[in-house]
Design a protein around this ligand. Structure first.
Ligand code: KG4
Ligand code: ZN
Length: 348
């Protein structure tokens, strides 16, 4: 540990962070709050593609294989010669996520922290996604609304201050990314479904089919995507029973329009209820071209849409959340345990 020590000089404070909550193993080394000294990632997407979704047992085994080589590469890329002297904090995603996947990251992080005699900090993955925008947009100021849309989560969080969060609403059933993946599967498209549907939708007519906008008329900040998925399924069954070849582009464009309308409708409601007009987007679905465009051209709001790297899981966002958590007094010990259902409001 360098002179930054326990509370440290915030500028030269060096955090090594590990992310392994789902199907990406990632390691990053961050200096201060924004200087990325290393960022490496191993994706398992090809392994899970045959199954149409993440297979938890495979995921944890692959994290185990990727872990040490990624640590070595990150230290090399970051120019770290003696981690026990140059790393001030080892941070790791402790939840939410898949138990086996989180376990690999947490146990590995504990081993490193013990070997290097470095403090350890467990980070909430969703707080990490919020920090993706903090790292990516230095001009972002609190308060802001964070729309977090991934394969596992769809929620709107009011970030009153960094570290002070209010969950305004979340999905009742499927996450938006999960709906993309399931609709892709029923259309016979590859996994993950989001990028493929996004691509096909570009040449389709979004008004070809009228799919319901989930909870469009409700005045609560809540999402639901399972009914929309079923509506697509019925439409596909109808077309197939008529012997019509599926107009994939039109189905994708119409489905995507319903998803984007749902997300934007609830964001507008959240903005109205809180009076906050500064909005960030994060999570894998933040890569969606239609959603990005609608948000970027939204009048009257200050919108922050992250670069594609910051949309999906990465360890830079975990390092940034850890850096802030540490400097506002958060601490973990070697008793740190994975928390697969850790909600952002359960204390971060
Ligand atoms: O955040 P992420 O990388 O992993 C977690 O779920 O934590 O998000 C993955 C999800 C998948 O469901 C994928 O289909 C979706 O993000 N996704 C997209 C796009 N790119 C990825 N959804 C819509 N449009 C995209 N361009
Ligand atoms: Zn994620």
């Amino acid at each position: 540990m360098d002179a930054a020590g326990a509370d440290g000089d915030p500028v030269s404070f060096v955090t090594l962070a590990i992310e392994s909550s789902c199907d990406d193993t990632a390691v990053a080394i961050l200096e201060g709050q924004r200087v990325i000294r290393a960022s490496v990632l191993s994706s398992q997407v090809e392994c899970h593609a045959d199954f149409g979704g993440v297979v938890p047992e495979y995921a944890s085994r692959m994290h185990l294989e990727a872990f040490l080589p990624l640590i070595h590469r990150a230290l090399k890329d970051g120019g770290i010669v003696d981690p026990s002297k140059e790393i001030d904090l080892v941070a790791v995603t402790a939840g939410p996520g898949l138990m086996g996947s989180l376990l690999v990251g947490c146990m590995g992080a504990k081993g490193l922290a013990q070997a290097w005699k470095t403090p350890l900090l467990g980070v909430n993955h969703l707080e990490g996604h919020i920090f993706a925008n903090v790292v990516n947009h230095p001009d972002l100021e609190t308060p802001f609304l964070s729309l977090l849309v991934s394969g596992g989560h769809t929620e709107i969080v009011l970030v009153e201050d960094l570290g002070r969060y209010e969950l305004l609403g979340e999905t009742r059933d499927d996450a938006a990314g999960e709906a993309y993946d399931k609709v892709a599967q029923l259309l016979g498209l590859s996994y993950p479904g989001g990028p493929v549907i996004d691509q096909l939708a570009r040449s389709g007519n979004p008004k070809a089919f009228e799919f319901p906008v989930p909870l469009g008329r409700s005045d609560s900040v809540e999402f639901s995507f399972s009914g929309l998925k079923t509506a697509v399924l019925w439409q596909v069954d109808r077309l197939r029973s008529q012997g019509v070849s599926l107009p994939l582009e039109d189905i994708c464009a119409s489905f995507q329009l319903a998803v984007v309308r749902s997300l934007m409708g609830k964001l507008e409601l959240a903005s109205k209820l809180t009076g906050v007009r500064s909005v960030t987007l994060s999570g894998g679905v933040a890569a969606n071209s239609a959603l990005r465009e609608v948000l970027q051209t939204k009048k009257g709001w200050k919108t922050f849409v992250p670069d594609l790297f910051y949309c999906t899981d990465n360890a830079v966002m975990i390092a940034a959340a850890a850096y802030h958590g540490w400097h506002r007094g958060r601490r973990s010990g070697l008793e740190l345990a994975p928390a697969p259902s850790w909600s952002i409001i359960d204390g971060v």
